[in-house]
Design a protein around this ligand. Sequence first.
Ligand SMILES: [Zn+2]
Length: 154
Amino acid sequence: MTDQPDRFSEHAGPSMECDPHPPLPTPAQTPYAEPHWDALQSERLLIQECVDCGERQHFPRPWCRNCASETLDWIESDGRAELYSYSVPRRPVEVVEYEPAVPYVVGLVDLDVGVRVVSTVVNCDIGDVEIGMDLQAVYDHVTEDVTLVRFEPA
Ligand SMILES: [Zn+2]
C-alpha cells in the first residue's frame, strides 16, 4: 500500500455511468447524395456517373470532378471489387471514439464499375489481407438511419 492517491479514483463511482466509448461518428448526409444513402439502406451500392462525359465518381458530389457538369446520374455496382492498397491504423488519431476500433483495415478498393473508394475491409484476419485480393461489398447498418458499405473477402 502507498499513500499515493489512485490516479484513476476520480473516474470511479457515478462518472463510470458515462459510456467511455461513444458510438463512432457517422458521415454527414448531403441532399445531393440522398440516393446513395437511401440505396445503402436497402443494401445497394450506387455510384455517380456524369451524363456529359461519362466519368464515374465516389463519394457523391454536386458536380462532376472531371468536367464540372451538374448533370449526374446513378449506376449500380454489384459490389465486386479488388483491393488496390490498404493501411492498418493501430492507434486512434486524435479521435477518442476510434480507440475501441483499432486495429482495423482501411482499404483503397477498386469497384467493378471502375471507381476507387475508401472503405474498411472486414470479416477477415488482418494478416490475411493482401493487395489484389477479391472483395465483396457488405452493408453495415450502424444506426437506424445510416448504413455504410464495407468490404469482405469474396
Ligand atoms: Zn463529367
